[in-house]
Design a protein around this ligand. Structure first.
Ligand SMILES: O=c1ccn([C@@H]2O[C@H](COP(=O)(O)O)[C@@H](O)[C@H]2O)c(=O)[nH]1
Length: 597
């Protein structure tokens, strides 16, 4: 870890169980390759991961088993190390490519902005040549306008020590907000393409399906079915992401999927035993494989423990160099520069909304009234709406740095508005966004599913096994009022005093997946959107308001207006300001949190 990073923590650990073929999995790292500087339990950096992987490969070689590394996308957006440079990713692409990865695919974040798509094509794909898979993603070449595969559709290879034949695929969920120099081919179409039908007839010993896909989304289900129909006995292992959770899903005795969290908090471990090498006698392959998983907390204490090494013997020269690349990048970007001092912790979902500890209450009550200002519209009352998914991470009490700005909200969204909307129409928008029932259930228009208004942690929690016993009547993303909130998990640490709060994952294999035994944390559902009334008359309602909203929510706002009796279209939308909301929030912090810390 970098100098100055918080010290690793000591905690009870569960061992990794090795099999014939083993995997280390990262996903949704979102630029956190420098580790979590404010959370010791996730403070190892990408250089430490390089050292870890080198030691684990040696262990695999010594045992004559195999170890493969997987990354399932969303490597960018969400941390100063990526977002603060110009161009973005000036340091992260090189840092990331120092890890030797066997199968890597694309996430939706690599596709939001056209320049990021191009960088992925020009930098990451060549960096990972044979390993980069794009089963359902095309790139539009700028020179010719031709639509070409972003990378190879699939990969067939033999493992180093066991000689197992693998067919690997790399998918993205059916994402439709991608920049127009990329084309995401829906999974249901891809699985009918000839190359895919050929791939699943290759008769490998094991299918490795990677994807920036939530484990419980329909896309993996579709892929599973079509592979299983063609291959009754072949083990299939899925590596997913996008949902920002730790999870393992059982499709059948011979097919499991793992998701390894978010923000480089977690390194996923999956091991498989009982994979039969297919000889001429195909029926020898009918025996069931066994799958084991662990979610490794990404800190030096754990990484050293799992390798059997210590402070002195753990870092490899390569790993140290990568850690130095990270430190140099952070320094060049001045990421530790403090420009405000947060007076308290502000939580996304670890505090009830509304409450004094909720980041959304802080935004709604303190920040929005100050930043949603436009001299030319100063005399018009306004309703300002933002989706809660725009906020990506908590604010910790203490130094707020350049890095924190991008950690809290990396998006380049700006504010738009529709002027002079009758108040009795405008006031219906927010209730519809938060409790629109069928309107935003994704049935009428999948792109307008309300789950895309909240952060992935929120919507995917709704489908997690640990929620089965919760008394929630509606999915988390349709919680309409604060009164409906229930803590997710009991948050009771009294049974295991001294444990650090953290993940207590329950998945299809049970409740012993986390390598570190934690005490549970309480999480609360949050609304899809929040709204602030600004410059309203002291008495009574205004006749008309400016309806101001973060540009990301525009399609939902237009639809909600239609259902509220306001016939507006994108033609009625105007630009409120040319500053990103992230910069506005940073400006507010600069002005209001000046105290030294
Ligand atoms: O401009 C944007 C883009 C995305 N969001 C929010 O992010 C999630 C998607 O998160 P992933 O990490 O890509 O899985 C989406 O549901 C939105 O809530 C945003 O607010 N603004």
């Amino acid at each position: 870890a970098q100098p100055g990073a918080a010290a690793p923590v000591a905690a009870p650990l569960r061992d990794l169980e090795w099999g014939q073929i083993n995997f280390l999995h990262t996903t949704d790292t979102h630029g956190w390759h420098g580790g979590h500087l404010q959370e010791p339990q996730y403070s190892a950096d990408w250089g430490d991961y390089v050292s870890f992987a080198e030691h684990m490969k040696k262990k695999a070689d010594d045992q004559g088993v195999d170890l493969l590394l997987i990354d399932t996308g969303d490597r960018i957006e969400g941390n100063g190390l990526y977002d603060a440079s110009d161009p973005k990713g000036k340091y992260t692409y090189d840092i990331f490519s120092e890890q030797s990865i066997d199968v890597i695919c694309t996430g939706n974040h690599e596709l939001y902005q056209a320049d990021a798509v191009t960088r992925e094509h020009d930098i990451t794909v060549p960096n990972f040549k044979d390993s980069y898979l794009a089963s359902n993603l095309d790139y539009i070449e700028p020179e010719t306008g031709n639509q070409i595969p972003q990378a190879k559709r699939y990969r067939k290879f033999k493992t180093k020590n066991q000689g197992l034949n693998i067919v690997a695929l790399g998918f993205l969920f059916n994402f439709d907000r991608n920049a127009n120099n990329s084309v995401v081919i829906p999974v249901e179409e891809t699985i009918k393409e000839q190359w895919f039908l050929d791939a699943i007839r290759e008769k490998p010993d094991l299918f490795v399906v990677t994807g920036h896909v939530g484990l419980r989304m329909k896309e993996f289900e579709q892929i599973y079915k079509v592979i299983r129909d063609q291959n009754w006995y072949t083990p299939i292992v899925f590596f997913g992401g996008h949902a920002h959770v730790r999870d393992t899903r059982k499709f059948d005795d011979n097919a499991f999927a793992i998701a390894s969290g978010r923000y480089f908090e977690t390194i996923g471990w999956m091991s498989i035993d009982g994979v039969t090498k297919k000889g001429d006698d195909e029926f020898s392959a009918q025996a069931s494989a066994s799958f084991k998983r662990r979610y490794i907390d990404n800190n030096l204490f754990g990484l050293q423990y799992h390798t059997g090494l210590n402070e002195t013997t753990f870092p490899t020269e390569h790993g140290r160099n990568v850690t130095k690349m990270i430190a140099d990048g952070r320094k060049a970007l001045n990421l530790d520069k403090t420009f405000g001092c947060a007076p308290q912790d502000l939580w996304m979902s670890r505090a009830e909304y509304p409450s004094n500890s909720s980041i959304f209450t802080w935004l709604e009550e303190l920040v929005m009234p100050d930043i949603v200002v436009n001299k030319e519209r100063a005399d018009v009352p306004r309703l300002a709406i933002t989706n809660t998914g725009m906020i990506r991470f908590d604010i910790f009490k203490g130094a707020f740095t350049i890095d924190s700005t991008y950690i809290v909200s990396p998006f380049v969204s700006m504010l738009n508005y529709i002027p002079n909307v009758p108040y009795n129409v405008a006031k219906k928008v927010m209730p519809l966004l938060n409790n629109g029932g069928q309107l935003f259930a994704g049935n009428m228009d999948p792109a307008l599913d309300a789950k895309y208004l909240v952060s992935p942690e929120q919507w995917s929690l709704a489908t997690q096994p640990q929620l089965e016993n919760l008394e929630t009547e509606s999915p988390v993303h349709f919680m309409d009022t604060a009164d409906g909130q229930k803590p997710l998990g009991d948050g009771d640490s009294s049974e295991r005093p001294g444990l650090i709060g953290g993940y207590t994952t329950k998945d299809d294999l049970g409740d012993n997946g986390d390598d570190t035994v934690h005490s549970p944390l309480k999480f609360y559902a949050v609304p899809n959107c929040i709204q602030t009334e600004i410059d309203f008359p002291i008495k009574g309602d205004p006749d008309k308001v400016d309806l101001v909203f973060v540009d990301y929510v525009q399609p939902w706002v237009i639809m909600a207006l239609k259902f509220s009796g306001g016939d507006y279209s994108t033609d009625d939308v105007k630009v409120w300001s040319n500053e990103t909301v992230t910069d506005m929030i940073a400006g507010w912090i600069w002005e209001n949190w000046k105290v030294d810390c």
